[in-house]
Ligand binder design. Sequence first.
Ligand code: A3P
Length: 382
Amino acid sequence: MRDTAATSAQPAMIVMSIWCSSLSLSSRSLAIALVICVTLVYFSYSFNACLLASISRSLQQSNLRNLLALTSSPRNETNNATNSSGSSSSRNSSSTTGAPPAQTVTSSLDGAPKYQLLRQQGLRPSRHLPDTLIIGVKKSGTRALLEFIRLHPDVRAAGSEVHFFDRHYQRGLRWYRHHMPYTIEGQITMEKTPSYFVTKEVPQRVYHMNPATKLLIVVRDPVTRAISDYTQAASKKADMKRFEQLAFVNGSYSVVDTNWGPVKIGVYARYLERWLLYFPLSQLLFISGERLIMDPAYEIGRVQDFLGLKRVVTEKHFYFNATKGFPCLFKSEARSTPHCLGKTKGRNHPHIDPGAIERLREFYRPFNNKFYQLTGINFAWP
Ligand code: A3P
């Protein structure tokens, strides 16, 4: 800027000196004084303009630093507020145990158009530990729930099951957070790993990450769930024994094999009791797997309310696909892209002897009643 000022002053000075040479001595000294005055005024103006520009530049830099500090500060700064309110504004309060700070988008992603657009609006996407977990129950409709709720623009979910709390806990929260999607302020981070519900250590570990974590649990009639679980296992193993042989001890229907995974997982009350040692019932939402198929919009409405979200996902997003025999979804209200869950969801089940089914129903009845009592919901399983 100073160079420009000097360059633009040169022609004016040349004109002045030609004019001066044509004047008498006294008028000449007057003119020289005038030229000096004009030059001084001009340079002082340029200097001030420079000074103002540099002050404004440093102010901008300091604002940017403040913004960065805000977006990348650990959410546990707000942990106290989180614990007391548990509202959606409390999302991501990371840990009572020193969770790592949120990670903002790195420069390698800065060039991506979607992040550029966000940045232009003053938003900096970053990864956060989950606010909400779908903890189970396996084969009850957990994938359907995740696919349905993530239609909401304020929900971002990890694509695959991360298994942090059951298999990878030793890798630490920084590792876990790295598996989370980028979110912007106001968006919920979600993860689903159905084995969390039945793994002994998980409730305490989730509590240590963030006691305000919201927990979603899809449940289904434990007998159908066990058959679904078996069907999945049998699809991977050609010489699998029949369901009836595995579900009972000694081949008769008198003793149920409670050590067999597909049967064991259906004793929901036992696992729920462990979760209730760490989380109040108000932080858990139970979703009926049966109703998720019959009336997905209703169940998703409940989920959105529970998460403090506007009801954006509605019946307009669903249609019943007669070929699949299950609800499928439209990715937008405009009903543009229809999408059904993959082939591994909604499999045909093998025929099971009705006697075996009846015996299993009898076995589960007291545990189901206990579960209804704990949750305050009668799921009316047969
Ligand atoms: P089946 O394949 O035995 O019918 P998960 O995702 O927890 O593994 O649960 C799988 C179950 O989700 C399926 O079990 C199916 O019954 C149920 N489900 C619920 N809604 C569905 C949908 N819209 N499409 C496909 N399966 C759905």
